[in-house]
Design a protein around this ligand. Structure first.
Ligand SMILES: *Cc1c(COP(=O)(O)O)cnc(C)c1O
Length: 361
């Protein structure tokens, strides 16, 4: 262990190692999602699943490690503790291993090898805690016991949105000209921590771009009602069925003022749209990719109605074989009370050139 103080060669070298990793990974690709001829719009998917850990949390985790080392919160040998059972745990385990740090993920609910194994393969340890909301206190206690660092990604996402999570926006807008696109009409993101939409929104404002920013929001989430009502602290207290997006309360990195529109998306529509992305790209994407695709198509339908041409960019937030047993599986959907069929029909009609006519809510 190094002694406290500003000088920390290990931290400086480690931050450099993260920068090297980012350079090695390089920009994630843009994929085209075909639309009917003459629709006047183009739809691109920025494929964040191309990251080594398969999701957009790779960027956030990298940024949080860098920030915590720069602030002296993580030093050589510090145990890093996360409170998450999803893609964030895998990304954190990956960077902990890269930097030679012990890592423990406190995961919500009953023990699940499916969630634990990817973290353990990266040298991390998993602890399961019930009830699910107890993970934050459990992680904080564990960090205190180990003199470690609790990587509280919901509250620290705001601090890094300007910093390296902004890589996403600079990278995206930088690569568009290579695809024959000046700036998109809309960028559509999901919101979990709010880091992704926050990074895009800041970039658009800083550079004075004409691009508008939409957030696609699943059922039970606090973001749509909070944004629409102008209440900064709205809470539903309800969990989302779509992993990665939709929160029971508004998180600090979600900045309503940066967002032009929040589009509520039925969960069954997210499932139908995720299946469509898989059919087109072959990638077993997660449900949140469906949420943003559905909202993107809704915006494209509005553009068509209003005679506006242009491109829409959204993200493939994650992909992995485990999603084949959930969003892409009929038995799972039925158990969750989700019937994607009417939404699939809407997609098929729209993508064959008919008007956008979603089923009534
Ligand atoms: C975290 C996450 C999101 C939302 O991104 P934020 O930057 O946290 O708002 C979307 N999809 C998946 C799969 C995620 O893990």
């Amino acid at each position: 262990m190094t002694s406290p103080g500003a000088y920390d060669r290990w931290a400086a070298e480690s931050i450099k190692r993260l920068e090297d990793e980012a350079a090695e990974v390089g920009p994630t690709p843009l994929r085209v999602l075909p639309l009917p001829a003459g629709s006047g719009a183009a739809l691109y998917l920025k494929d964040e699943s191309a990251h080594p850990t398969g999701s957009l949390k790779h960027r956030l985790a990298r940024a949080l490690f860098a920030e915590a080392m720069a602030r002296g919160r993580i030093r050589e040998g510090t145990t890093v503790v996360g409170a998450t059972g999803g893609p964030m745990a895998v990304a954190e385990a990956y960077f902990a291993r890269l930097l030679g740090l012990p890592y423990i993920a406190v995961m919500p609910g009953e023990p699940s090898p499916e969630r634990a194994v990817p973290v353990e393969r990266l040298g991390g340890e998993c602890r399961f805690v019930s009830p699910p909301l107890a993970i934050y206190d459990a992680a904080r206690e564990l960090a205190a016991e180990t003199s470690g660092h609790f990587m509280d990604h919901f509250s620290s996402a705001a601090a890094v949105a300007d910093r390296r999570a902004g890589d996403l926006a600079a990278e995206l807008f930088g690569q568009l000209p290579g695809y024959g696109m000046d700036v998109p009409r809309w960028v559509v993101a999901g919101a979990g921590t709010g880091a992704t939409s926050g990074a895009v929104g800041r970039h658009v404002r800083e550079h004075g771009l004409p691009t508008r920013l939409a957030v696609a929001d699943p059922e039970n989430s606090a973001y749509f009602p909070g944004w629409a009502s102008g209440a900064g602290d709205y809470a539903t207290g309800m969990p989302s069925r779509i992993e990665g997006v939709g929160r029971p309360r508004m998180e600090p990195a979600f900045v309503p003022a940066l967002i032009d529109m929040v589009v509520p998306v039925p969960d069954a529509a997210s499932v139908a749209a995720a299946r469509h992305v898989r059919a087109v790209t072959g990638l077993p994407v997660g449900g949140s990719t469906g949420t943003t695709l559905w909202a993107s198509l809704e915006l494209i339908a509005r553009m068509r109605r209003d005679g506006i041409e242009g491109a829409v960019v959204t993200l493939i937030a994650d992909a992995g074989p485990r999603h084949l047993r959930t969003y892409h599986d009929d038995t799972w959907a039925e158990k969750k009370g989700l019937d994607p069929a009417p939404y699939t029909a809407t997609l098929e009609r729209f993508l064959s050139g008919d008007p956008w006519e979603p089923p009534p809510r």
